[in-house]
Design a protein around this ligand. Structure first.
Ligand code: HEC
Ligand code: HEC
Length: 301
């Protein structure tokens, strides 16, 4: 089903290059990839959120749970008043560098894909960065009172949550888009990887309605995620990724041998996930594009 045209391998060549970095950098660049393998933390905060709003389908809780298998650190809903105050503070103090949507700007990194932000629960990691800044790296410290720090943290967690859920919570009215516009979008953004008609032909017979939309927004993890590990001794190993967390990486090499390595600052880990490009695209998708594409896919019976 999946064809691999040259465009696709280029995408991967460049993303592979950026990932051939030290572990910390690997984690920053490949958060989506890595979070899939991150062991699920179960903290009180991550328990199912009962307060689904009217616009969410009734199975929102279930979707929340299933999303946690992909995003173990999915933050819970934050207090709306705190989020609103945090947004004003963010716009005034942070947006200039980190971008209006917190997805990165002129000089500051994407805060939604930040491992630090994703591992923060109540400001214990974000707070010190705001207070002290990263002065050597271009971020000044902010002398803000604790309540304003909490508001900024609430804003970042809510943004983070919304960014992950927007693909899932808007499921109810699927095939309401414009299939002609959807096809145009598909041709320009998707066809490079899903070449022309045979690629996704029959997709609408395979999956219907909600499931179709769900499946293309969040495809199953393909089996061919590969990893290369370079140790400080210069030895290199590569193969099929078995597991990756903060402490270890393990793989099956081409002979089928299981190998596991502890991670330290000298270990370089490079991951190639064929779905990387697919996921990146989804981050830029507007709601209209999403409905249009689904409507188009509905025609591929
Ligand atoms: C002048 C530009 C600038 C401003 C203003 C700024 N930042 Fe930053 N911020 C940066 C840079 C650059 C980094 C990356 C530093 C590094 O590489 O470690 C950073 C890093 C961070 C990090 C750590 C991300 C990570 O993954 O390590 C957080 C959290 C953060 N900023 C939040 C904020 C918040 C909240 C504000 C507003 C109160 C803010 N920043 C204002 C430039 C800025
Ligand atoms: C950078 C390459 C790339 C781009 C761009 C891309 N995809 Fe994918 N997509 C993949 C890979 C890899 C898979 C997982 C392997 C597979 O199932 O074919 C996948 C899986 C899918 C699936 C699931 C297929 C199934 O049978 O479960 C659908 C549907 C899909 N993509 C639709 C799209 C649409 C629509 C777009 C454009 C909005 C798009 N893709 C853009 C690479 C890409």
């Amino acid at each position: 089903m999946f064809k691999k045209p040259p465009v696709h391998s280029n995408l991967h060549a460049s993303s592979a290059k950026t990932k051939a970095l030290r572990l910390t950098n690997v984690i920053l660049c490949g958060l989506l990839v890595i979070s899939i393998f991150w062991p699920t933390r179960s903290t009180a905060q991550e328990k199912k959120e009962p307060n689904a709003t009217a616009s969410e389908p009734t199975n929102a809780g279930a979707i929340d749970e299933s999303l946690r298998s992909i995003y173990p650190n999915l933050p819970p809903d934050q207090d709306p008043a705190s989020v609103a105050r945090g947004k004003d503070l963010y716009d005034a103090n942070c947006a200039f560098c980190h971008g209006k949507e917190a997805t990165g700007g002129n000089s500051g990194p994407d805060l939604l894909r930040s491992v630090l932000v994703n591992h923060d629960e109540k400001g214990e990691l974000i707070g010190p960065v705001i207070h002290q800044g990263r002065t050597g790296k271009g971020m000044p410290g902010f002398n803000l009172p604790d309540n304003q720090i909490s508001d900024l943290v609430a804003f970042l967690h809510q943004r983070n949550r919304d960014a992950r859920l927007r693909f899932t919570y808007k499921v109810p009215s699927v095939a309401v888009g414009d299939s002609v516009a959807g096809k145009a979008y598909f041709d320009s953004h998707c066809a490079a990887c899903h070449a022309g008609s045979p690629a996704l032909a029959g997709i609408a017979s395979k999956y219907q309605g909600d499931e179709l939309q769900q499946r293309w927004l969040d495809p199953r993890r393909p089996a061919d995620v590969t990893v290369s590990v370079s140790l400080s001794t210069g030895q290199k190993y590569s193969g099929k990724l078995k597991h990756l967390d903060e402490f270890n990486v393990s793989l099956y090499d081409s002979q089928g041998n299981y190998r596991s390595f502890p991670l330290n600052s000298e270990t370089k880990v490079e991951i190639q996930d064929p779905l990387d490009g697919h996921r990146k695209l989804l981050e830029q998708l507007s709601d209209k594009d999403m409905h249009d594409v689904t409507t188009f896919l509905e025609t591929l019976k």
